[in-house]
Ligand binder design. Structure first.
Ligand code: 2AM
Length: 218
């Protein structure tokens, strides 16, 4: 009945603690600030503006949704999403609910739709990862956990669910053997362009972020 449905959250995920949140926001702001000044970025500006020669301020372009920074594990949609009930019943989910983890953020990525951070999951963290999270990717062979990410911002009229789709797209290109165009070694790491406005910054030092496994009812 409706009461049972009420008892399932909107989503489960790892929620960054406040110190980590500030560090991640600062790093991504630094990255966006630098990216839109690069000649290589300006060369491909029409990916973002639709027209050549216009300027874009990436910090303005992406609106942060004002939500807590988090890495979604399972989107339950209050029980309406496929697999939501099974996820909640998973004993590991119950056992680890409320516990602390350290997330490793290994890359930042930017597309004309979203900006996000890739999260590299440990074996233990993968126990909380739903089996079907990567199914949207056409190349079905991406390893489990590939989609793990933190949404840092979305362009106007773009929903955060797009961030994971964008990440899977970049990873699928890599898996097809596209190495992208290495643009430069930045202080934060190496910047690669994958065409169609897709930029990937592989961090020299992954950002280690303490986070709590919990859920949001929204
Ligand atoms: P995100 O994980 O990419 O940020 C609430 O909407 C949260 O659930 C957001 O964080 C959002 O995206 C995620 N979300 C929304 N719809 C989703 C879906 N269909 N699959 C996976 N995650 C989803």
């Amino acid at each position: 009945g409706p009461l049972e449905e009420m008892s399932l959250p909107l989503f489960f995920g790892w929620f960054l603690l406040s110190s980590a949140r500030d560090k991640v926001r600062c790093t991504s702001m630094d990255f966006l600030k630098t990216l839109d000044t690069l000649d290589a970025f300006k060369k491909h500006l029409s990916d973002f503006t639709g027209k050549a020669e216009k300027e874009v301020d990436l910090e303005q372009y992406f609106q942060s949704k004002g939500t807590l920074l988090h890495c979604t594990t399972k989107f339950c949609n209050y029980g309406k999403a496929e697999g939501a009930k099974e996820y909640v019943q998973n004993p590991t989910v119950k056992d680890l609910y409320g516990s602390a983890f350290e997330l490793s953020l290994s890359a930042l990525f930017v597309t004309p739709r979203t900006v996000g951070a890739r999260v590299s999951l440990t074996e233990e963290q993968l126990l909380l990862w739903p089996a079907d999270a990567e199914k949207e990717s056409e190349s079905a062979s991406l390893p489990r956990g590939s989609r793990a990410h933190i949404t840092l911002g979305c362009a106007e009229n773009v929903e955060p669910v797009q961030t994971g789709v964008d990440l899977l797209e970049i990873l699928a290109l890599q898996q097809e053997g596209q190495r992208g165009e290495l643009i430069e070694e930045m202080e934060l790491g190496s910047l690669t362009y994958y065409g169609e406005g897709r930029w990937l910054l592989t961090l020299r030092e992954p950002i280690c972020s303490p986070a709590c496994f919990s859920s949001v009812y929204g």
